[in-house]
Design a protein around this ligand. Structure first.
Ligand code: MN
Ligand code: MN
Length: 465
């Protein structure tokens, strides 16, 4: 009797793996295989967008520029400077009833090359870097790194760089001090153990032999680069080159229940929402998928979510539907609903003290919704209205999707932000929801395959609502 009452009244926080059939388990593993394959070829925002654009083309989407007018069922996209992308399926309902938006980001913490990166010191050549996003600097030394990006010449010619991930390529690394001589370093606070200015990438050591020439190692490197890419030293000033871990995405654990990979924040949500979008057809409300850039450094700039580029895209839809009128864009946003699909901090038993275990997101318990972000008095939080949380819960519950509602860490310890507030400020109802991650922002992050599948199902159900 008491047990029945408990069954009836308590909210259930059971392990997701216990709730699925063999067939579902197969689906979960199939989806994560697809996800891991995708990650291995999409380590940077440019690579993600390039791959997404190709897949969108194959799935019946067309660049909005190709349309003079739009009608329900049309599948369109807009690529913003090769680094962010918006996709849409025009809904059956009048667009002024609002959009159903899912927004993630495709940039991840990494090391960027400085504009003048190359130097030589005592027979070794290096690239200087400036890290991008919130990293623990010590994690980025003594691991194999690959180089991805573009160099653009004044003529407009663009040279793509992708070196280190192919088995036959050389890799690069940042050295660290041997323990024998690290007494002083080891006394430092962890955050000061490695200096940002010391994250210098080792790139060569053979001198170019020429009489009376100094910096021969640097010269040799430039000679190699000139032969391979046709560039000179000054061409680095108009480049965007990112260093990312060479690690491949792999299944983790004897039971293969998890994924270990670089850049899962937020490519796990970007991939699952994009994948769901590719399988959609008819929708009631116009469905929008945002793959944004620059989230890790505050969403600023013309490829970040703060940019007016997104408003421009929606305005173009209104124009091409032939319905635009003064203030319609504002109205559309005010009636829109959004899932800000970004990862959550997974509860880590080794570091349990930073989380409130009653309000943390756990690996394997399904998609994690953060009603609010922010920390210490919800400072800077985008806090979803109870009415909207209930609306989202209804979708999840009627579609039998396992979910958990969590916050990022203990009240006074810290928190994080996403793009949620940007759309909420425009008037949309927004809630954060994504996959819990262990070792977030580290070179190798961990997620649960069950949660990846749960995110995919959530995003699909939201658009199909
Ligand atoms: Mn994120
Ligand atoms: Mn992040």
């Amino acid at each position: 009797m008491e047990e029945n009452l408990k069954e009836k009244l308590f909210s259930k926080k059971e392990d997701g793996w216990k709730t699925i059939s063999e067939r579902e388990k197969e689906e979960i593993f199939l989806l994560s295989n697809k996800y891991m394959d995708f990650l291995n070829f999409a380590k940077t925002e440019r690579e993600f967008i390039k791959k997404a654009r190709k897949m969108a083309d194959e799935n019946g989407y067309r660049d909005i520029i190709e349309f003079d007018s739009l009608k329900p069922g049309d599948k369109i996209y807009f690529v913003n400077r090769e680094k962010s992308m918006y996709l849409a399926i025009i809904g059956e309902e009048p667009i002024e009833n609002g959009l159903h938006i899912i927004g993630s980001h495709v940039d991840s913490p990494r090391l960027d090359l400085k504009p003048n990166p190359l130097y030589e010191d005592i027979g070794l050549a290096y690239f200087k870097t400036h890290y991008y996003g919130g990293i623990k600097k010590y994690q980025w030394t003594t691991i194999p790194l690959s180089m991805h990006g573009v160099i653009v010449k004044p003529s407009g010619e663009k040279i793509e760089i992708n070196i280190g991930d192919n088995e036959n390529d050389p890799i690069f690394t940042i050295t660290d001090l041997l323990p024998h001589l690290a007494q002083e370093q080891m006394e430092k606070k962890l955050k000061n153990g490695i200096d940002g200015e010391d994250l210098n990438l080792l790139i060569g050591s053979i001198p170019y032999e020429a009489e009376g020439v100094n910096e021969q190692v640097k010269l040799n490197i430039l000679n190699i680069l000139n032969k391979k890419y046709g560039i000179n030293e000054i061409d680095f000033t108009s480049s965007e080159i990112e260093l990312v871990p060479c690690f491949k995405a792999r299944s983790l654990g004897f039971d293969e229940s998890m994924v270990a990979a670089y850049g899962q924040d937020d490519k796990v949500c970007a991939f699952t929402s994009f994948e769901a979008m590719m399988e959609l057809n008819k929708v009631k409300n116009t469905a929008i998928c945002i793959l944004s850039d620059k989230e890790e450094i505050g969403s600023m700039g013309n490829t970040g979510m703060e940019s007016h580029m997104f408003d421009f895209f929606i305005s173009e839809i209104l124009n091409k539907l032939g319905v635009n009128r003064p203030n319609l864009l504002d109205r559309v946003f005010c009636f829109s609903k959004m899932l800000s699909s970004d990862v959550d901090a997974g509860f880590d038993p080794i570091y349990a003290s930073v989380s409130d275990k009653h309000n943390a997101g756990f690996l394997g318990k399904g998609i994690s919704l953060n009603k609010y972000t922010g920390a210490r008095g919800k400072s800077g939080a985008s806090d979803a209205n109870a009415e909207y949380v209930a609306w989202v819960r209804n979708i999840l519950e009627k579609n039998n999707i396992k979910y958990q509602i969590a916050e990022l860490g203990k009240v006074d310890i810290g928190g994080g932000g996403t793009i949620a507030y940007i759309l909420a400020n425009k008037g949309a109802d927004v809630i954060d929801c994504g996959v819990p991650v262990l070792s977030m922002h580290a070179p190798y992050e961990v997620t649960s395959k069950f949660d990846i599948y749960s995110a995919y199902k959530t995003y699909k159900a939201f658009w199909q609502e």
